[in-house]
Design a binder for this molecule. Structure first.
Ligand code: TGC
Ligand code: FAD
Length: 389
């Protein structure tokens, strides 16, 4: 019989990677296997983000991986960043969220829209994990429509004074700085807000059934006074935050591939060992159909993200392409995680196994960074030219 294919990479997508990309993937995979997997089930049960892993995450160059080395980043390409997201999310979506927010939603806007002084002041310490950021765009009255922003920033002499509230903010209670988007007389602008500024409070969201190993918070800004140089000078309008979302959503297309691979691996192992009706569970056609369908969908998602990454690295990636891949790959992973939970039977309902944790986490992933419906409508608009929002 011919050599068996890798069930988690049936098309040998890994062979399409460069040596550097494979090395990055291997080092993050090792970190996930050795440091994340042994503790993450307990973290999820306890509703705790493993802050003790931050120094090693930073040491591996996973914060601001694509930011140039002169600002403390690792200067990697977009495909490497995608592989980082994939391997972290094979551990848990909470770890990938932490890295996405720090890299794409906080370091990226400072790098892309900040002054030279802001870049020098913040980026090296953020890459080192010494300054943690959060990104405040969503407001309590409706996240899908950020143009309807109520948070305001008013000029008072040279200062800015911010008032408003943000909701569902990843890393909110961990953060030293918040990138806050607010309406001004000049349209939507971004501000770097040190979280110890008077009038700023973060309140952790409890009772979550999803992303339990991640910090999620509400932010309140009550007459928060900032100096003139807190504004990000080089962007105006909604394209500022949406440009950050494009970076983060790109990474999110890769992350759920890791979650789905973790679930498929678990289902393959479990159904190979489970004996029912005198034979192993995986010798039933109904089970093999499910496993085959998972492999088909993972393979499609891998190829989609890799091509998206190649487009990104060629400077040719369009936001609509990111929407299609975010929609497809998160839908793929949540369906697979739920199906794997089912084939594990009763054993699938506890966090002794990973499937239910991934399935629950993916409920957030399918909602944040643009809900599934938002991304479908973006693709629909591209096809028809009609804005249906
Ligand atoms: P529109 O008013 O047409 O456009 C405004 C300006 O933005 C530009 N633009 C983009 N730029 C870069 N990337 C994109 N994806 C962009 N989309 C639009 C556009 O060209 C325009 O520029 P200009 O120069 O003409 O002013 O806005 P739209 O109609 O495209 O947007 C509508 C819609 C619904 C797609 C948008 O509002 C949207 O994406 N809503 C969803 C909001 C969302 O995703 N929020 C996420 C919050 S952050 C988060 O969830 C973090 S979770 C992190 C984690 O834990 O991992
Ligand atoms: P709504 O916008 O109220 O949407 C409700 C429902 O209506 C959805 O099903 C949506 O698809 C649907 N809908 C909306 N518009 C239409 C339409 N035109 N047609 C048909 N259906 C429509 N935000 C941040 O800014 N920073 C963060 O760090 C962050 N982290 C998050 C972490 C977690 C765990 C979660 C759950 C969310 C996070 N978010 C963050 C917020 C996230 O981006 C929003 O939840 C998301 O954008 C949706 O907004 P909403 O929850 O207000 O839902």
């Amino acid at each position: 019989m011919a050599a068996r294919l890798n069930p988690l990479d049936l098309y040998d997508v890994r062979s399409l990677l460069s040596d550097e990309e494979r090395m990055v993937q291997d080092s993050v995979a090792r970190f996930t296997d050795e440091k994340v997997l042994p503790i993450i089930g307990d973290c999820f049960d306890q509703g705790r983000f493993p802050t003790e892993l931050i120094p090693e995450i930073a040491g591996l160059g996973l914060l601001g991986a694509t930011i140039p080395e002169e600002y403390g980043g690792a200067g990697m390409n977009g495909v490497c960043y995608g592989l980082i997201c994939q391997e972290l999310e094979r551990g848990d979506s909470g770890l990938r969220s932490f890295a996405s927010v720090q890299s794409s939603l906080c370091m990226y806007p400072i790098f892309a829209y900040g002054s030279e002084e802001q870049k020098q002041r913040y980026l090296p310490k953020m890459a080192a994990g010494e300054i943690i950021g959060c990104f405040g765009l969503t407001e309590p009255h409706g996240g899908s429509d950020p143009a309807n922003m109520k948070t305001v920033a008013k000029k008072d002499g040279d200062d800015w004074v911010l008032n408003g509230a943000k909701m569902w903010i990843t890393n909110g209670n961990l953060a030293h700085i918040a990138i806050v988007w607010a309406q001004t007389d000049d349209g939507i602008r971004g501000f770097i807000v040190p979280t110890d500024t008077k009038g700023f409070t973060a309140q952790e969201v409890h009772k979550k059934m999803s992303l339990r190993a991640s910090v999620t918070s509400a932010l309140f800004l009550d007459d928060v006074r900032l100096p003139a140089d807190a504004i990000l000078p080089n962007v105006k309008g909604l394209k500022g935050p949406l440009g950050c979302l494009t970076q983060a959503r790109y990474g999110i297309t890769w992350g759920p591939i890791g979650a789905a691979q973790a679930c498929l691996k678990e289902a393959l192992d479990y159904t190979g060992e489970r004996m029912l009706f005198g034979r192993s569970l995986n010798s039933n056609q109904a089970i093999q159909l499910k496993l085959a369908d998972m492999a088909r969908r993972i393979t499609t998602a891998q190829l989609l993200s890799l091509q998206l990454g190649r487009l990104k690295d060629a400077g040719a990636m369009a936001p609509t392409q990111v929407s299609l891949a975010k929609w497809n790959n998160v839908r793929m992973a949540i369906d697979i995680a739920r199906e794997c939970r089912d084939v594990l039977g009763g054993a699938g309902i506890t966090t002794e196994h990973a499937a239910i944790r991934h399935a629950l986490n993916l409920e957030s992933v399918i909602t944040y960074e643009g809900t599934e419906t938002v991304h479908q409508l973006v693709v629909g608009r591209e096809l028809t030219g009609i804005n249906a929002f």
